[in-house]
Design a protein around this ligand. Sequence first.
Ligand code: TRP
Length: 351
Amino acid sequence: MKNKKIILTGDRPTGKLHLGHYVGSLQNRVKMQESGEYEKIYIMIADSQALTDNAKNIEKVQASILEVLKDYLAAGMNPDKVTIFLQSQVSELCELTFYYMNLVTVSRLMRNPTIKDEIKQRGFDKSIPLGFLAYPVSQAADITAFDATEVPVGDDQAPVVEVARELVRSFNYHYGETLVEPEIVLVKDTKARRLKGLDGNAKMSKSLGNCIYLSDDAKTLKQKVMSMYTDPNHLRIEDPGSVKGNVVFEYLDVFSKPEHFKKYLPEYKGLKELKDHYQRGGLGDVKIKTFLVNILEELLKPIREKRLSFEGRDKELKQILADGSKRASAHAAKTLERVRSRLGLEFLQKQ
Ligand code: TRP
C-alpha cells in the first residue's frame, strides 16, 4: 500500500490567501504537481473544518470558498493534475471521524501544543466546542481517507498531523494493517515557512491585519511594503541599521535572487553587500523597500492577473470543485469500506 506516493493537504476557507501561504505552501504544491512523482494529489478546501471555529459565522466560510479556489488556480494549481475538492461534499469523512474518535483521548488532544495555542487565540479557554477539540481527529480522517503518504503543512499544523499518525498506528495495531501512516512534509526554508507579518509580528496572519494578499493590486502592494517594519533606530540614512528582525531584509532573504540585483540594483553584487552597507550606515529604507516592491511585483503580477481572469466565472469554478469532490468521494468510500469491515460494521452483509 505504501509504494504509491499520495498527497493530501488543504486550507480552511476563512479568507483570501496571502504571501505567507504562497511561499509556505502553495508554491511547493505546484512544484509537487509538476514533479510527476505523485500518483495522486488531493487539495481540500476544508469548509467543514472551518465551522469548528466559525460555527456562528458561516457567511464568512461560504464567501471564502471560491476566493481560496481562485488563489489556488492563480498560484498555478492545475485541476487536470490535482484533485481540488470541498470537504463538506465528501460525507465519508464524517463517518470515519466518528469511528476514529474512540482511539483518541480528550486529555491527549488538550495537551496538543497547536490546539492549546488555538484555544487561547480563539478565546475558547472557558468552554471549548467539542467539534473544535476533535478537529485533529477529523483531520486524521481527511488524511487517511485518501491513503495519503505525505502531508505538506506549515509547522504549526505538524502537531495536528502527529495525532493522525498516532491514530493510524493505534488503528492498525488493534484491527490489523488498514490505514497508511503519513509523513509530515515541511518546507525547507524556515524563513519562508513562517513569513513574518508587515509589522514584524512572527507570522503573517489575517487576524493580525499584517498581510500581503495574492489579490492585492500593485498600488496596495507598494503601500504595504513602504509601511513595513524595519529598524526603529535607523532614523537617518547615515545611521547604521540592523538587518536582524528587519522585515524588509527577512523578505529579501526569502525572495531576492541574483538576477534581481542585476536588474534593479546593479551597483550591488548581492544581498550580502546590501546588508553590509545597511549595517555600516548610508543606505536608506526607501531604497531597500523600493527594491523589494520590484521583486514582489514581478512575482505577484502574473498571479494577480490570472486571478482576475477567474472573476465572474463562478459556475466553472463550482464545477471544478464538484468534479474534484466526486473523485475524492470515490477514493474515500473505498477506505471507509475497509474501516467498516475491520470494525465489524458489515454485520448484515456477512453470510
Ligand atoms: N487544518 C488545516 C488549516 O487550518 C486545514 C486542513 C484540514 C488540513 N484537513 C487537513 C491540512 C488535512 C492538512 C491535512 O488550514
